[in-house]
Design a protein around this ligand. Structure first.
Ligand SMILES: NC(=O)C1=CN([C@@H]2O[C@H](COP(=O)(O)OP(=O)(O)OC[C@H]3O[C@@H](n4cnc5c(N)ncnc54)[C@H](O)[C@@H]3O)[C@@H](O)[C@H]2O)C=CC1
Ligand SMILES: O=C(O)C1=N[C@H](C(=O)O)C[C@H](O)C1
Length: 256
């Protein structure tokens, strides 16, 4: 039998980190080699335990520094933490290019705004549908302990809708609002995003697309954090064979 891949989890005591630790421990081909939390030195933790792949579910303020530390330590990274921007992703891509020059086994970093299959499909279907509708808005609904809004998934969905609209030559959406702009949600790339925080929820997203006389609603619900685990484990298994930066789980799923 081939050797198990040694995995570290960053943010190990958090909601997603704890669920990921349990999923790694249950996987026959993976070994949980390190649990890393706030205040731990990432480089030392992963080096001392011979980690090959690290999963980051920490906090938006820490995730970029964690990923740079993992690259410096020669460890592949799977990242689910939110807070990434084009600029921070660009810095990681640059760091990877430098680190991989001359490396026999180049490093990979996979950042996914959402590891749930239903959410990945909502993003895909919304991008496919966007060109056919005058209006598109997003409602994301989460547990009230979430620190960031709008969600990373909603931001990614809005960017995909905006790109599809631009490709199709669509202009701004119709909106006669003259007062009360605060009630219209956040503007993400020209798409309105509404964030609900409600006790009892986990993670949910609805994309509303409208035309004269018709509406399309695309919705997904993550009722439990186990919904993210097949995607996380797939990413852990695939990232060593994807050198450089990959953004989005869709790239390792066979979505056609
Ligand atoms: N991509 C995806 O599929 C998903 C992404 N998320 C994202 O994952 C992140 C974590 O979410 P939760 O687990 O709900 O949050 P949480 O608050 O329960 O856990 C975060 C953990 O990170 C720890 N932490 C803080 N600073 C750290 C550092 N510098 N290094 C390592 N750990 C550190 C905290 O002490 C805490 O234990 C959020 O950004 C959330 O939006 C959440 C669910 C799914
Ligand atoms: O904080 C969460 O819970 C989630 N965060 C991610 C996001 O912001 O999109 C993914 C999922 O929505 C759960």
């Amino acid at each position: 039998m081939s050797e198990k891949t040694r995995v570290a989890v960053l943010g190990a005591s958090g909601r997603m980190g704890a669920t990921t630790c349990a999923a790694v421990e249950s996987a026959e081909d993976l070994e949980l080699a390190a649990r890393v939390g706030r205040g731990d030195d990432v480089t030392t933790s992963v080096r001392e335990s011979g980690v090959q792949v690290a999963v980051d579910f920490s906090v938006p303020d820490a995730t970029e520094a964690n990923v740079h530390a993992l690259i410096d330590a020669g460890v592949h990274a799977v990242v689910g933490t939110t807070g990434w921007t084009a600029a921070s992703r660009g810095r990681v891509a640059e760091h990877l290019a430098e680190a991989n020059a001359g490396r026999e086994q180049p490093l990979g970093v996979l950042i996914a705004p959402n590891f749930g299959l239903s959410a990945v499909l909502v993003m895909r279907f919304a991008a496919q549908a966007a060109r056919y509708f005058e209006s598109a808005e997003i409602v994301e609904l989460h547990h009230p302990d979430k620190v960031d809004a709008p969600s990373g998934t909603a931001r990614h969905t809005a960017a995909a809708i905006a790109a599809a609209r631009a490709d199709a030559g669509l202009g701004p959406m119709p909106d006669a609002t003259a007062s009360g702009h605060d009630a219209r949600g956040a503007d993400v790339d020209g798409v309105r995003v509404h964030a609900v925080r409600l006790r009892g929820l986990v993670a949910h997203e609805e994309v509303l697309l409208g035309n004269p006389g018709e509406q399309l609603v695309i919705r997904q619900d993550s009722f439990d954090r186990v919904s993210f685990m097949p995607g996380v484990l797939l990413a852990v298994r695939r990232v060593p064979s994807r050198p450089g930066l990959t953004v989005g789980l869709e790239h390792v799923l066979d979505l056609g």
